[in-house]
Design a protein around this ligand. Structure first.
Ligand code: ZN
Ligand code: ZN
Length: 326
């Protein structure tokens, strides 16, 4: 269905020509010289961390803090307490931790399936190339007049509209079926599932596998690590005199509250995983299921990622870009 992105279209390259990621006007941000992209979450920004959202910081804390307790205290405590040490426990839990971190990073920092906006398609000369990839002209064959209602009618043919193609008046493109505009990131995304503040990225066609892999791996790691942490901290060791008699009620209260918070987080993670398992088998995205959109069920998790439509190192014709922007 898709052609390879390596088939570079003909457009002028000059050593001084600016790269696309330097002209990115959406809220999403390119990192590491364009190698990574993350969302444009604006809520609870932490300026010291370069505007990282509070929700994504909370995700990393919820992953790293219990991991520290598990590998630093609970696992050595288990190995001391158990007469027969299970040799596979440490490598298995280390593997689950590593895969959870890797898949979370991949979900946070990979292209969810961004469709470039009109001015960048023109300025990078990739119109024909994107037409070959997607099977339709994103620019719609004529110039938009600027009126969202009129453009919605005249830029999309009846035939395409019946197939689910829609006009995005923000990006000024004809987006394919199941794509949607993310207002948090300010761009359209292929087979948009939802915008996740906890990973500060859209979840779409190209990072859905990473997202499902992350929730699966995190849930399995929680099943291994949380019981060990709770068992270790539920009562002080008989030989441990660090908790005095007077402090014991407070110790138990803190452990009880911590257990409650951890149990709620683990239960929510399991529910999220079950919900996406249901979506994967019903062939719907989160948005389609929540809004009860009458779409034909097609594979989501079981479909291919498809090629990237945005190359951050594309060469940009600045004159064409400014002409489009003005
Ligand atoms: Zn859009
Ligand atoms: Zn988004």
């Amino acid at each position: 269905m898709f052609a390879s992105l390596s088939a570079t279209p003909n457009h002028p390259k000059s050593p001084r020509a600016p790269r696309r990621h330097r002209h990115w006007r959406a809220k999403s941000r390119f990192l590491c010289a364009g190698r990574c992209i993350t969302g444009g979450e604006g809520e609870c920004p932490i300026a010291a961390l370069g505007g990282v959202s509070g929700a994504s910081v909370a995700t990393w804390i919820c992953l790293l803090l219990p991991s520290l307790l598990y590998f630093g205290i609970a696992l050595p405590h288990l190995y001391q307490s158990w007469a027969s040490r299970p040799p596979a426990l440490f490598p298995a839990s280390l593997l689950l931790f590593a895969s959870t971190v890797a898949l979370l990073l991949a979900t946070c920092c990979s292209d969810p399936g961004i469709i470039p906006p009109r001015q960048l398609i023109v300025a990078t000369g990739r119109r024909e190339h994107l037409r070959d990839l997607l099977g339709h002209d994103l620019l719609g064959g004529q110039e938009p007049c600027g009126d969202p209602y009129e453009d919605a009618l005249r830029m999309v043919s009846d035939q395409l509209r019946q197939q689910g193609y829609r006009w995005c008046h923000t990006c000024k493109i004809v987006r394919p079926p199941r794509a949607s505009h993310c207002k948090d990131c300010d761009h359209c995304v292929l087979r948009f599932d939802h915008h996740c503040p906890f990973v500060n990225n859209c979840i779409g066609q190209r990072n859905y596998h990473f997202f499902i892999g992350f929730t699966t791996s995190a849930m399995l790691f929680a099943f291994v690590a949380l019981p060990a942490i709770l068992w270790t901290f539920s009562k002080p060791n008989d030989s441990d005199d660090s908790v005095t008699e007077a402090a014991l009620p407070w110790y138990r209260l803190i452990v009880l509250v911590s257990c409650g918070v951890v149990a709620v987080c683990a239960a929510l993670l399991v529910l999220l995983w079950l919900y996406h398992l249901f979506l994967a088998f019903s062939g719907k995205t989160t948005k389609e299921h929540r809004r009860r959109l009458d779409v034909r069920s097609e594979p989501t998790f079981f479909a291919a990622r498809g090629p990237a439509l945005v190359d951050p190192n594309d060469w940009v014709d600045e004159a064409a870009l400014f002409a489009q922007s003005s």
